[in-house]
Write a new protein. Structure first.
Lengths: 335, 317
């Protein structure tokens, strides 16, 4: 079985009136069959735009420099938009945060689910309907046959998102991308929807790339975690490695920041802010917030690798893990 | 403890039109009673449609209850007293950029309540605005900056400074950090925590995030479909939630624990019923795995277990 997604050397520029800005630089990202990979980062880290690039859904102002994007074993770099369009929805599909902006308000749920299937698969309407009802039931939509005749506005936000998930799995794609798919839902609905998504990915062997900023979600979903900061991958590892033994100072700070890790002294935070976009940033992007920053951080940090881990830092594993985390360094500085 | 802000038996209903075009009534609040003590931090938790934002508006004097009353230091809020009330009870909203005036500078935004309520001289207002800007971590160079040039975290700092300018007794924060990144959320929550001992202010903290609430609030009020289902000291309530809805919320709060599983599937679609068509008896029974005939027939009266009050027929000590 081929790998659902393998992107390498992805760099994306934004061309705005104020000039050209590098928003994603040299990102490598892969998702294996049946694997759940969480792409983590704060707003502006480039996680969403990286996923959009994989699907050729970049906004007009964005340009991807020639990079390799292999979807389900097919290199798409030199593919025409028409040929790529045949892959979209069939081999790869996406679930966005807001289901209302992705569902067609004037088509019934059933029409939309069946359309996706009939566009890409050779099958009858009856087969499409049977598959739609089966998927709706699997994502926990009760009275699925009745729901097929309803319009999106007749469903609650939580149900609409489940319909979106069913839609994404309709053609048995190799890869499903979820861009904050549960962020807009209530906490109980979020937990339920994540469970469905996880079970569905496990049962079908479909690769799932989950984009989120919520470490609570990541810890319960991910097989592997990729952390982005200011447009670059700064660390990658298994879920356990990232949470229990983070290496990069930013990852260590991010793990500290979870409200559950608050101390009697208050919530832990990373001091400072993400650097502003620039055309050609040089050196480590995290150095202005890093307690371990030193002179050679102005040079490009190397991407280090040890079996399943990689991290972009001048420090080796032992040095990085022995250093104070940004949040704890800040607490000590305050006394 | 003496209460600063009290809400007593407040109801609020809205007339709306249903999908079929027929008029119907949404009961957003159905008899809510709560009191906020001096320098106390009270958290209000619940999901969309539970009435928490309607309650926030009523506590801020921005909306009028259908019945029941709101009291500040024992004085009932009425139409004529809203200006004095606004000075004592100030808001912080979820969307920091949307709650600032985009055509005013940071300093003008911060001093707006003083200008609007004509508190002090122009010079005193400017001094107070700058003082608060520095307290919330905004250097003086941001004075003449416009909100569109600020990050979300900075904008929320401006909103906090603005809320503090008239020296209010109570801050009502409606999901103040849900639009912010985790590391920025921590900075804003710390700011809110830090100013409590200094100002003696009371906090009403509205959130869907029980993990944040646990660290921010001494007391918690859990709401479901316009009613308080469980309330008490946060530590007591969360150590052993007695209401099945509180348990469901708490289970669904995902702390970062690698290897931990997701909560088990809930019965049905786990959907909150239409607030215009609230189930008979206990409103939560349609989502409750322990519901019986009694729950459909009779609304559970609130019962006390030590410091905790729970509205469930089957709550046990």
């Amino acid at each position: 079985m081929s790998q659902p997604l393998s992107m390498s050397g992805v760099s994306i520029d934004l061309k705005l009136t104020a000039g050209r800005f590098a928003v994603v630089r040299d990102v490598d990202l892969s998702v294996g069959a049946g694997e759940i990979v969480c792409l983590v980062g704060e707003s502006g880290s480039g996680k969403t735009i990286t996923a959009l690039a994989a699907m050729r859904l970049l906004p007009r102002v964005a340009r991807m420099r020639s990079a390799s994007v292999v979807i389900d074993g097919t290199e798409t770099r030199d593919m025409s938009d028409k040929a790529f369009g045949a892959l979209l929805g069939d081999r790869v599909s996406i679930v966005f945060q807001n289901p209302m902006s992705s569902l067609n308000p004037v088509l019934t749920i059933g029409e939309q689910l069946c359309e996706a299937y009939l566009t890409h698969k050779r099958g009858s309407r009856a087969e499409a309907e049977a598959r739609a009802i089966d998927l709706l039931e699997r994502v926990g939509v009760s009275a699925a046959a009745d729901r097929m005749r309803q319009y999106p506005h007749q469903l609650s936000g939580g149900l609409r998102q489940r319909v979106m998930i069913a839609l994404a799995f309709m053609c048995e794609p190799a890869l499903v991308i979820g861009d904050e798919p549960t962020t807009a839902l209530d906490v109980t609905m979020q937990a339920q929807t994540l469970r469905l998504l996880k079970d569905l990915a496990r049962d079908t062997g479909i690769g799932l790339l989950l984009i989120t900023h919520d470490l609570g979600v990541v810890s319960r979903m991910a097989d592997r975690v990729v952390v982005m900061y200011a447009g670059r991958v700064v660390e990658e590892g298994t879920c356990d490695e990232i949470f229990a033994h983070p290496i990069h100072p930013y990852t260590r700070g991010l793990v500290d920041c979870a409200p559950a890790h608050a101390t009697s002294g208050g919530f832990l935070s990373i001091p400072g802010e993400v650097p502003a976009l620039s055309a050609n940033p040089v050196g480590c992007d995290f150095r202005n917030r890093c307690p371990s920053a030193r002179a050679d951080c102005h040079r490009e940090p190397p991407m280090r690798q040890e079996s399943t881990r990689r991290w972009r830092c001048v420090m080796d594993r032992e040095t990085a893990q022995a250093a104070p985390t940004p949040a704890r360094a800040a607490l000590e500085a305050e006394g | 403890m003496k209460s600063v802000l009290e809400v007593e038996n407040v109801t609020r209903s809205f007339a709306v039109r249903g999908q079929d075009g027929k008029p119907k009534t949404v009961q957003a609040l159905r008899g809510v009673t709560l009191a906020v003590g001096a320098n106390e931090s009270v958290g209000i938790a619940g999901e969309s449609g539970c009435g928490k934002s309607t309650l926030a508006k009523i506590m801020l004097g921005l909306d009028t209850p259908t019945s029941g009353e709101v009291r500040l230091d024992g004085a009932v809020l009425s139409g004529g007293s809203t200006r004095a009330f606004a000075r004592e009870v100030q808001p912080i909203f979820q969307d920091p950029l949307g709650s600032l005036n985009p055509r005013r500078t940071v300093e003008q935004n911060v001093r707006l309540p003083l200008d609007a309520m004509r508190i002090g001289t122009a010079r005193e207002r400017a001094v107070r605005a700058l003082d608060l800007m520095s307290k919330v971590g905004l250097p003086e160079r941001y004075r003449h900056t416009y909100p569109s040039q600020l990050s979300g975290g900075q904008a929320q700092r401006v909103a906090i400074a603005r809320a503090l300018t008239p020296q209010p007794r109570v801050l009502v924060c409606d999901e103040p950090t849900s639009a912010l990144d985790t590391s920025v959320q921590a900075q804003i929550l710390n700011l809110l925590l830090a100013m409590r001992p200094e100002t003696g202010i009371s906090l009403v903290f509205i959130t869907h995030d029980l993990i944040v609430l646990e660290r921010m609030c001494e007391r918690v009020v859990v709401m479901y479909l316009g009613e308080v289902v469980e309330t008490g000291p946060t530590a007591d309530v969360l150590a052993a939630p007695r209401h099945p809805y509180t348990r469901m919320l708490w289970r669904s709060s995902l702390t970062p624990e690698p290897g931990a599983d997701l909560p088990p599937a809930e019965p049905g679609n786990a959907i909150t019923p239409d607030p215009a068509n609230i189930p008979s008896g206990c409103a939560f029974r349609t989502r409750c795995r322990h519901a019986t005939d009694l729950c459909a027939a009779e609304a559970p009266a609130p019962r006390r277990f030590g410091n905790v009050t729970v509205a469930c027929h089957y709550a046990a000590a």
